[in-house]
Design a protein around this ligand. Structure first.
Ligand SMILES: C[S@@+](CC[C@H](N)C(=O)[O-])C[C@H]1O[C@@H](n2cnc3c(N)ncnc32)[C@H](O)[C@@H]1O
Length: 401
């Protein structure tokens, strides 16, 4: 039996038993423009257990669900035997299989290895996919992200993907809040450090499409960007979107329901988090940028010397500690905080997101506060901008307070 036929047999057997974990097809050389990979996982739908395949393109992902025989015989089999994909990796709980395909089948190879995963994941249920913004949305053209056909302009594919991903995440996070279209009042949304407004416009468009009545304000230091984005907002006809010149920390926020701050520099992220926490925003979404503040202030015990003596590890340690402090401060102040990568590091290095939704009641703030101070003590941190804004630290002499 040829390596490809053996691989397909292993795939079918794994899908028919409960041993299947996932499959990836990569190194595409076929004719479908923009196609890069196919990822497969099991899903549990009304129709039963199906294989869900994500066709990952340069600018979009397309997901389709198939029965086992359709997936193996009509999609994966032909994709491999016609050498569209050069590589396929099957993960099962009993063993992993890596196929290298060649147009001349005798040159194809199949390699077995010990299983990376020994437990199959629970099949995902029919989570309603959050609709991201349509590529034809006029604001994408007005901001130079897409052309009139909805295709990304040269050099803007990653930006478009980032916008789409951000909106998907926003949708999932919103579902975790009490903010609903039925709310009769107008919601207030702030985008701190709005820059060219890509995410501010996307947020405005997304909330409108969701039926939420929202007034969205982008706060930005640079007057030229504020003028440009306000002009674009008028051009696209968003009446409830405006950009205001100013510093995040000095902005008079007032009521805030959703606060966004993506890639605001260094402690500007802390200023934004503080504004959100102080206003009791239902949802706070930030992606920290550079983490300069803590880098020079870490004085951990000697046991971490082997980390701290390497510049890059010192830098990453500072980032991790800073973001852990921020997440913990959010928890102390009544939020459910999560930290995750929101887009592949292939697209941007600044891909960590700290998102927080307001809890009805804070969870054990005293215990969390104690843990915060233990961590600050361990790393010898006596100042951290957000901790000081929230009164959790008073400055150089307060680390033990
Ligand atoms: C890297 S850009 C990010 C723009 C946008 N949030 C995004 O992710 O596409 C950061 C923006 O934040 C602005 N900014 C930095 N510090 C700020 C502050 N303290 N107050 C207001 N804007 C600030 C900068 O001028 C810049 O336009």
């Amino acid at each position: 039996m040829s390596p490809t036929a053996q691989f397909l047999q292993k795939l079918r057997a794994a899908l028919e038993s409960d041993a299947f974990v996932k499959i990836t097809l990569s190194r595409y050389h076929g004719e479908e423009a923009g196609l890069r990979n196919i990822y497969g996982r099991m899903v549990e739908l009304k129709e039963g257990r199906l294989l869900s395949l994500v066709f990952h393109h340069a600018t979009r992902d397309v997901t389709k669900n198939y029965s086992i025989s359709e997936a193996v015989d009509q999609i994966i089999g032909p994709s491999l035997s016609m050498a569209g994909f050069e590589s396929a990796h099957l993960f099962t709980t009993t063993g992993d299989w890596q196929l290298r395909c060649h147009v001349r089948e005798e040159k194809s190879t199949l390699k077995a290895s010990r299983p990376v995963f020994t437990l199959a994941p629970e099949p995902e249920h029919d989570r309603r996919k959050v609709q991201s913004v349509a590529q034809s949305a006029p604001f994408l053209q007005a901001l130079g992200v897409a052309n009139s056909g909805g295709e990304p302009r040269p050099g803007m594919a990653d930006k478009l993907r980032q916008i789409q991903r951000f909106v998907e995440i926003l949708g999932h996070l919103l579902a975790d809040t009490a903010l609903r279209p039925a709310d009769s009042r107008e919601l207030r949304v702030l985008d701190m450090g709005a820059g060219k407004g890509y995410l501010t416009f996307a947020t405005c468009e997304f909330l409108q499409k969701r039926g939420l009545d929202a007034r969205v304000t982008g706060v930005e230091l640079r007057a030229d960007l504020v003028a440009l984005t306000n002009q674009t907002a008028r051009q696209v006809g968003y009446e409830k979107l405006e950009f205001v010149e100013g510093a995040i920390g000095a902005f008079e926020a007032g009521q805030v329901d959703i606060l966004i701050a993506l890639h605001a520099c260094d402690t500007a992220t802390d200023d934004a988090l503080f504004q959100g926490i102080r206003a009791g925003a239902s949802l706070i979404v930030t992606a920290p940028c550079c983490h300069k503040e803590i880098r020079a202030k870490l004085t951990p015990p000697d046991v971490l010397h082997e980390i701290m003596r390497h510049g890059i590890l010192h830098e990453r340690q500072a980032e991790i500690v800073t973001d852990a402090i921020r997440a913990l401060l959010l928890e102390i102040h009544g939020y459910k905080a999560s930290v995750f990568e929101f887009i592949s590091s292939e697209h941007t290095g600044k891909n960590l997101m700290i998102a927080a939704t307001k809890r009805p009641h804070p969870l054990a703030p005293d215990l969390l506060r104690r843990r915060l101070h233990e961590m600050l003590d361990f790393y010898g941190i006596r100042e951290q901008h957000l901790a000081m804004l929230l009164g959790e630290l008073n400055g150089v002499d307060s680390a033990h307070s």
